[in-house]
Design a binder for this molecule. Structure first.
Ligand code: AFP
Length: 335
């Protein structure tokens, strides 16, 4: 007999706190959680069921799709299209938004997701995850178009990610703190194991893809040089570095023990203002990180204040422990 609070119990208790809540949102979240359990299964079987390798297609961003990118996208769609809670979905893996098929009732929410973040790591058995964000469909819109999704991150009703690592975790916020749940495979339920997650204000750990160093802007180069130099370059401490190249895994580490994560603006490809996608990665992760007491910025503005102009828009991302991120913001102001 398990003794913890299950995610279902947790969500129902949260719902009771909201006067007039219809249960729609709780049911939607339940479907998303179910999809993540199905994805966790697919990911954990890997080569046994022939799901590793490339799918032979590219996504809208010109990236090679893995078989699991396509499979997990399909799982998210199938688990969430039927119940009547959604007016539409948008995914990193689909060129256009996904309207709810005619045979199903429509609801008042929009679901945005990256079905398998870090998927370029999947063949080497490194942790990957699913990131999602729930928005309200604008009032009186029954047939949403892409522009109805273009809401700043501050409008998110809920954001979360599942992390498929040694344990499968679900990390969630609805704007009332951040809670982490671990999948108990014996009962098939996520159980609350990490209540009220909080990011320490200070850190000695940074995460950045150092191979891009020659493309960085001056403020980022200045900050990383100081981290590398540590006490010898005037900082009060020495730093350690981690880079998993799977944002969910890097962010989970920061939620657990602090750190700063950076995928900054660079000059590698002038057509791209950053590597990470605003709607599918930066906004949901920012909502979680801010709710855990961290800071998220492009270097020049708060990520959740960016007004999206395209579903697949990219942004620079600098996030994590407050005092380090604020230092980087200061370096951007100083030029
Ligand atoms: P994929 O989902 O294509 O593997 O991208 C992962 C990611 O968006 C994010 O999770 C990582 O932090 C970042 O890209 C890694 O980028 P680099 O490969 O340039 O280090």
């Amino acid at each position: 007999m398990h003794s913890g609070t299950t995610i279902t119990q947790f969500m129902i208790e949260e719902q009771r706190r909201i006067r007039g809540a219809s249960g729609d949102f709780t049911s939607l979240l339940n479907d998303v959680v179910t999809a993540c359990k199905v994805i966790s299964n697919a990911v954990s079987q890997g080569g046994l069921v022939g799901v590793l390798g490339t799918a032979g297609s590219d996504n809208i961003q010109g990236e090679v799709q893995k078989k699991l990118d396509v499979i997990t996208n399909d799982i998210m769609i199938k688990s969430n299209e039927w119940a009547g809670h959604l007016a539409g979905m948008a995914s990193e893996e689909m060129d256009d938004m996904y309207p709810i098929p005619k045979q199903y009732p429509k609801g008042k929410y929009l679901l945005v997701f990256d079905p398998l973040d870090g998927s370029s790591n999947i063949d080497v058995n490194i942790s990957v995850g699913t990131i999602f964000s729930i928005l309200r469909c604008p009032p009186d819109v029954t047939e949403p178009t892409a522009k109805d999704f273009l809401q700043p991150g501050t409008q998110q009703v809920c954001a979360g990610f599942a992390l498929y690592g040694p344990c499968t975790m679900m990390v969630l916020t609805t704007g009332n703190g951040v809670n982490g749940f671990t999948l108990d495979r014996n009962i098939g339920e996520f159980v609350l194991t990490h209540p009220k997650m909080s990011i320490p204000e200070d850190t000695q750990e940074f995460a950045i893809n150092m191979s891009n160093q020659r493309y960085w802007e001056a403020p980022v180069a200045r900050y990383i040089n100081e981290c590398l130099g540590g006490k010898a370059s005037g900082r009060e401490k020495n730093f350690n570095m981690r880079w998993i190249a799977s944002m969910v895994a890097d962010v989970y580490r920061i939620l657990t023990r602090g750190g700063i994560f950076m995928y900054p603006k660079d000059t590698k490809d002038p057509s791209k203002p950053g590597r990470l996608r605003l709607m599918y990665e930066a906004n949901p992760i920012s909502f979680i990180v801010e709710q855990a007491g961290g800071v998220c910025t492009t270097g020049r503005e708060r990520i959740m204040d960016v007004k999206p102009d395209d579903l697949h828009q990219r942004v620079p991302v600098i996030l994590g422990s407050r005092n380090e991120v604020e230092r980087v913001i200061r370096y951007h102001k100083e030029g």
